[in-house]
Design a protein around this ligand. Structure first.
Ligand code: ADP
Ligand code: MG
Length: 230
């Protein structure tokens, strides 16, 4: 059993997706996917992200984290001005530690945004495959890019994309990203992002390095910690 612990006092746990402020297209998608009940992290996080808050999430794999951030981000992008064609800008950047996670998270974004019109462009970029293909896909920018830090830096260096207009940042599995040695790359990327943005950070554990990152990056965050019951 997991018990949600939140830093905001007036948080209410909703047991129904229709109470979270999601737009009809997303509620319809959840029905198609047979998601009947939000997980605890989803019911806490979705309203906070829709409200534009920074969020710090502590939760293990399998708690429904990806949907907890992807659904409200898709909603934000669906309501925003469509991306201007012909530029290399990326609206939402999701940083992940591994190629597998990059594929998995970008697949989730595509699945959850299937009924959104006009379609959101989601790409994943990671090392170990041809850079050229990824450069071509990035032409005209993207709504969502899910990336591992190293390959992303290479692509920025070759002007395949720009982070100047990125308004939403997700760090997924931040502890793993740091323990895999991505600290330098991460700091380089954070320096390229605009100061004014919405940031969501997830980590299963909170060692000193993650806490430092959290306090430098998040602005008055809503904290959602799912802890195992004793
Ligand atoms: P995490 O990132 O915490 O590992 P995911 O968001 O990837 O979790 O979800 C784990 C699995 O549970 C996925 O297969 C996803 O499709 C499914 N899932 C997520 N939320 C729900 C829900 N509310 N109802 C049913 N299945 C869900
Ligand atoms: Mg996950």
């Amino acid at each position: 059993m997991t018990q949600p612990v939140s830093s905001i006092d007036n948080v209410i746990t909703h047991s129904d997706f229709t109470q979270l402020g999601l737009i009809p297209e997303l509620l319809e998608t959840l029905k198609l996917l047979s998601y009947t009940t939000p997980t605890p992290i989803q019911s806490h996080m979705i309203p906070a992200v829709i409200a534009g808050k920074d969020v710090l999430g502590g939760a293990k794999t399998g708690s429904g984290k990806t949907a907890a951030f992807a659904l409200p981000i898709i909603q934000k992008l669906a309501k925003a001005e469509p991306r201007k064609a012909g530029s290399n800008f990326v609206s939402c950047l999701v940083l992940v530690p591994t190629r597998e996670l990059a594929q998995q998270v970008s697949d989730s974004f595509m699945r959850y945004s299937q009924l959104i019109k006009p379609n959101l462009k989601t790409l994943s970029v990671y090392g170990g495959v041809s850079t050229n293909t990824q450069m071509q896909s990035l032409r005209g920018g993207a709504d969502i890019v899910v990336a591992t830090p190293g390959r992303l830096i290479d692509l920025i260096s070759s002007n395949a994309l720009k982070l100047d207009k990125t308004h939403t940042l997700v760090l997924d599995e931040a502890d793993r990203m740091l323990s895999l040695g991505f600290t330098e790359e991460l700091n380089e990327l954070l320096g390229k992002l605009p100061k004014a943005k919405q940031t969501l950070l997830f980590s299963a554990t909170f060692p000193e390095e993650v806490r430092e990152l959290t306090s430098s990056l998040l602005n008055n965050p809503v904290e959602v910690q799912l802890q195992d019951e004793e």
